[in-house]
Design a protein around this ligand. Structure first.
Ligand code: SF4
Ligand code: SF4
Length: 521
């Protein structure tokens, strides 16, 4: 409150002006005015809002080893997928003397993709589109049948993380041992074990990067060049990038990739329906959970007791640290390892296995209502996904089976569109590209139809001065030639006459055709 020149506050001045001495009850009025001018107490500060972290702090996971059906399936998938990835570049496929003999090769120098007996040219990128559609629909179909089959068994992140965890258990011990060592702090032994683990991780990561570059060049030659430091710099760079990403993603980030980086769990959650099988805790059987003794006592008294003995084995083996008993979640990659862990416990305590199993919430509710479970493999969405896969796959197979080994592409000269010759004839020029997709050299006869007295010639060709020009193309190559067509016809003004170009194989008579126009003055 400000003070005036008399040394009184504004509130006091106001009281004095409104109520000169002797007029009315001064103390009463003074109180009213004081209340009016004294600022109201500041509103109470809002209760402090706790900071909410966008990401939960990471809890280090020490997944325990486990034996059982799903573990064996995962080992088998790991062996097959990694075996394919590491060894496929060394598989040979004889395509004759004019093409590489590597079964799977992405050859940037010739812009070809070789996959066993299939060879894809850049113009045929629609095959890649078809493959992507089939891959997406297969993912959707797997999801509709049994949830995150891809995530739990086939995803590279899962497979490599599994491999890295196996190395971690070799070097630093299983769940309890590793946990105990970490709690004891750094000792010489722990340093040695950690060093061995990181060395092995880096070796696997390095070989993963090394295998990747082998898909882009002749594998045996590139291995030799890499070993003698004669390979291109880009090969070393890619090996470095893949080594780092494999080491970081599978060694250090692990379940964080699934939780925070990968979009598929979110998409998958929106595609699931009530009939899709998921790794499910059968809570109607497991609850109320309790120790073996407590449950036995409850049963003896005829009171309800669940089969879950709260041993936490399902949590200990989980590679993402999820407690499946809390229900399905984004963190659960549906690997099935908790099924194996729980089955082992159930077998030990003499209770039926599959307390955790591939099941649906719908079936749990039906069992609770005294009804039998339902498993509907054939539903609208599974039929639709399968139909799309079959249709796109069928179209691709048809396109491959009827694929032409020759091609022809025409580009008309833009400037000038036509030329008038001194003898009155009209001439048009074209850039013609001939494709020979076969692995043998070929000779083509180039013809044109549409003009009554048109004359076709290839610029620079002296081998066929009269008649139709002959063009030779090497195996698995394209050749661009410049073609002139001259007409002595009397053309109507601004004529545009449709033309058909044909390239006819002189041996097999197979031909490729393309359309364009002959422009007049
Ligand atoms: S909860 Fe079970 S199925 Fe899900 S990720 Fe963990 S171990 Fe795998
Ligand atoms: S492993 Fe089975 S019994 Fe043990 S806590 Fe998990 S669900 Fe319960």
């Amino acid at each position: 409150m400000a003070a005036n020149g008399d040394g009184v506050t504004d509130g006091e001045t106001l009281v004095a002006r409104a109520h000169p001495k002797g007029a009315g009850s001064e103390p009463e009025l003074s109180e009213i005015v004081r209340k009016a001018v004294v600022p109201a107490p500041a509103p109470a500060a809002p209760a402090s809002v706790p900071d909410r972290a966008l990401y939960a702090p990471r809890q280090k996971i020490y997944p325990q080893s486990v034996q059982g059906t799903f573990r064996r399936i995962k080992w088998a998938v790991l062996l097959v997928t990694l075996g394919i990835y590491y060894l496929l570049p060394f598989v040979r496929w004889d395509r004759g003397p004019h093409a590489p003999d590597q079964a799977v090769l992405i050859d940037f120098s010739t812009r070809r993709f070789y996959f066993f007996f299939i060879e894809i040219w850049p113009q045929e990128v629609y095959y890649l589109t078809g493959l992507l559609i089939i891959a997406a629909m297969t993912l959707f179909l797997m999801n509709a049948i049994a949830g995150r089959l891809w995530c739990g068994y086939l995803c590279p992140q899962t497979v490599w993380t599994d491999l890295f965890q196996m190395i971690e258990r070799w070097t630093e011990g299983d769940h309890r041992e590793h946990l105990r060592r970490d709690r004891q702090g750094w000792t010489l032994e722990r340093v040695g074990r950690a060093a061995a683990k990181h060395f092995l991780w880096l070796m696997v990561a390095w070989w993963t990067g090394g295998a990747w570059v082998l898909y882009f060049a002749d594998a045996p030659t590139l291995v030799k060049d890499l070993a003698t430091f004669q390979a291109p710099y880009i090969a070393y760079a890619w090996i470095g990038i893949l080594t780092f990403t494999t080491y970081a993603l599978a060694g250090h980030m692990r379940e964080q990739v699934c939780l925070y980086m990968c979009p598929w769990p979110r998409i998958q959650a929106s595609l699931i329906d009530e009939y899709a099988l998921n790794v499910t805790y059968r809570y109607e059987r497991g609850e109320p959970r309790g120790s073996v003794k407590k449950s036995a006592a409850l049963r003896a008294r005829g009171e309800p007791a669940g089969d879950c003995v709260d041993c936490l084995q399902c949590v200990n083996v989980c590679p993402t640290g999820v407690d499946i008993r809390d229900g399905t979640s984004l963190g659960c990659i549906q690997c099935g390892l908790c099924i194996d862990a729980c089955d082992t416990i159930m077998a030990k305590i003499g209770r039926p296995t599959r307390l955790i199993a591939y099941d649906t919430d719908l079936n749990i509710r039906r069992r609770q209502a005294g009804k039998g479970p339902v498993f509907r493999l054939v539903r609208a969405r599974t039929v639709l996904y399968a139909a799309i896969i079959a249709m796109v796959g069928g179209l691709m197979l048809y396109a491959l089976a009827t694929r032409h080994a020759e091609g022809l592409a025409i580009i008309h000269d833009r400037n000038p569109i036509f030329v008038r010759l001194s003898d009155g004839a009209t001439r048009n020029g074209y850039a013609v590209r001939l494709l020979n997709k076969s692995l043998a050299p070929r000779r083509f006869l180039l013809t044109t139809g549409g003009l009554a007295d048109g004359f076709i010639e290839v610029v620079g060709d002296t081998t066929s001065p009269m008649g139709y020009p002959r063009v030779e193309i090497g195996p698995d190559q394209t050749r661009e030639i410049r073609v002139l067509i001259t007409s002595y016809e009397h053309l109507p003004p601004a004529a545009s006459i449709p033309l058909t170009f044909s390239a006819i194989d002189m041996e097999t008579r197979q031909q490729a055709t393309a359309s364009d126009f002959f422009k007049g003055p």
